[in-house]
Design a protein around this ligand. Structure first.
Ligand SMILES: [Fe+2]
Length: 240
């Protein structure tokens, strides 16, 4: 059921790489925004990490069919994001922000020693949910900042995709809470120690720690799931 609902949402919101107006990209405007190009490169590296990151999680979650299905959607749409970002950077043609196959392979290579433990599944799912939410805010903010119209349009699509991905992870956690309400404590602890999985491959993670909007959105999301937000949980800890 979880998969069907999210597959339906993905299909009805689907955009095609071919509908992006590649030939209308204003290269001069894009090149005048080197910080944005560098952020896009980081984002492309993170999206290009999905074919090794998602299977690592999937193998741990093999007995949760919904989870493997949601991660398959993530993998499919993440690769689409990678392809779109790489193509955008190729068209802009600024050498320092180009993503090459070798650079992606080198970034993936750095992660080859990472192993996940099955006992920490809730933590990974929570970090995954929050990472997607931060990515949604990151793309939205970047889309508002850029003066290059094709990029703004592309980032709008991608930001909405990331919101759906975060909702998918939220549905998986909700299912686990229904089976065992005690996992709420693990979710809260994981949210308090949030780490973006993108920091496995890039030095500067997609989300900055002072991303106030994203932090507030994460609080709301966790509160909806757990009945308590991470900040409130921390306050309770102090009172004890
Ligand atoms: Fe995603």
């Amino acid at each position: 059921m979880i998969y069907e609902e999210h597959l339906r949402a993905a299909e009805s919101a689907a955009w095609s790489i071919e509908t992006i107006r590649w030939s209308a990209i204003d290269r001069a405007v894009a090149r005048a925004e080197p910080e944005i190009l560098s952020s896009l490169r980081d984002a492309a590296m993170i999206e290009g990490y999905l074919p090794t990151f998602a299977p690592r999680l999937m193998l741990l979650l093999w007995d949760d069919v919904d989870a493997t299905a949601i991660l398959s959607l993530e993998l499919y749409e993440g690769l689409k994001h990678y392809t779109a970002l790489r193509r955008y950077l190729d068209v802009v043609g600024e050498e320092s922000s180009r993503v090459t196959e070798q650079s992606l392979v080198a970034a993936r290579e750095k992660t080859s020693g990472i192993t996940y433990s099955r006992s920490e599944i809730i933590t990974y799912l929570t970090h995954f949910m929050c990472s997607e939410l931060f990515a949604a805010h990151f793309f939205r903010r970047l889309g508002e900042r850029t003066r290059e119209p094709v990029l703004a349009e592309l980032l709008g699509y991608m930001s909405r995709d990331e919101l759906r991905h975060s909702a998918g992870a939220g549905a998986l956690l909700k299912k686990r809470i229904a089976v065992n309400p005690e996992v709420v404590d693990e979710i809260l602890a994981a949210a308090e120690n949030f780490r973006h999985y993108g920091s496995d491959v890039v030095d500067v993670p997609l989300a900055e720690e002072n991303d106030f909007d994203a932090i507030m959105a994460m609080n709301r999301k966790i509160r909806r799931l757990c009945g308590l937000a991470p900040t409130e949980h921390l306050e309770e800890e102090f009172i004890k």
